[in-house]
Design a protein around this ligand. Sequence first.
Ligand SMILES: Cc1ncc(C[n+]2csc(CCOP(=O)(O)OP(=O)(O)O)c2C)c(N)n1
Ligand SMILES: [Mg+2]
Length: 331
Amino acid sequence: MNPADKKRLLQEMLFARRFEERCYEAYVERKIGGFLHLYPGQEACTHGVMEAARPGYDYVITGYRDHVHAIKCGSDPKEVMAELYGKATGSCKGRGGSMHIFDVKHRFMGGYALVGGPFPLAAGLAKGIQLKGGDEIAICFLGDAANNQGTFHESLNMASVWGLPVLYVTENNLYGIGTRIDRSTAVHDQYKRAAAYNIPAAQADGQDIDAVYAAAQIAVDHVRSGKGPYMLELMTYRYRGHSMSDHTAKYRTKEEEREWGKRDPIIILKDRLIAAGELDEDEYSRLDASLIESIEKDIIAFCESSPEPDVAELERYVLAENDPWVRGGVA
Ligand SMILES: Cc1ncc(C[n+]2csc(CCOP(=O)(O)OP(=O)(O)O)c2C)c(N)n1
Ligand SMILES: [Mg+2]
């Protein structure tokens, strides 16, 4: 990665952080309802992996902590935020909400609430690629606790047997809601579980974008070159509670939070760029201020002025057969 790419990544990750913090505020203001799972702390995982892949070309699928993944694939942040607002201009026209962002145009295949649900869907996407003969890959981002679902084992087994072009990325933030990994999971290093299915795997520091990018390059090259699936485990930490209903995160010690706070992926990259003479504190502060302002002016203003979904169209887009377009243009 050259310095210009690193600066762009810093900007993207800082934008992701400010975007998520603004979601938090909008939720507190009751502009956003339902479930909301935020991503601060884990930004280098998505950005490092997708930097090694091809956003908008490779198929990406994930769980409910999905806004930043969609944006990195190319989704318009205005449409992502509008979806959280439940507005007609949202990615799913206000039908999905935070956990169900979907943007087929950018090959972002969702956004799923069911823990472990995307594992087999990713294998299916990869099977489709294999049948069509393209060089796209499918990338499935999920949490550490999701790996305890049966779907993890079923999907990795079939992906291995069929040699599917799928990369399974575990964002290991050490917790599944309030349960620490050592209380729920026999094998703490998740990448070791891939050996049971004869899938090569690696573990990397998910707070360091350079480390994620280096590991992801090997992983993506492996999958794209037709060698079959790969699993990448990224060690990371979420800086907020599991969701908006988890304010206090009492299951973690303040000391642990402080230690991981010192390894903020954005600050690590910022400091590295400053040390290399590519950035200074003033430029960083200006960038930060401009991102906060643009979120307010471009994104929040768009959401506020967007219409609510039309009640008369309540059932439209929910099931494919209800959509006249799917029925062949019959209104
Ligand atoms: C099938 C299913 N079981 C249980 C839940 C409740 N649930 C929501 S999130 C979660 C923990 C998942 O943790 P992890 O996979 O580590 O992801 P993280 O939230 O840490 O990103 C659970 C058990 C669910 N959504 N779906
Ligand atoms: Mg987790």
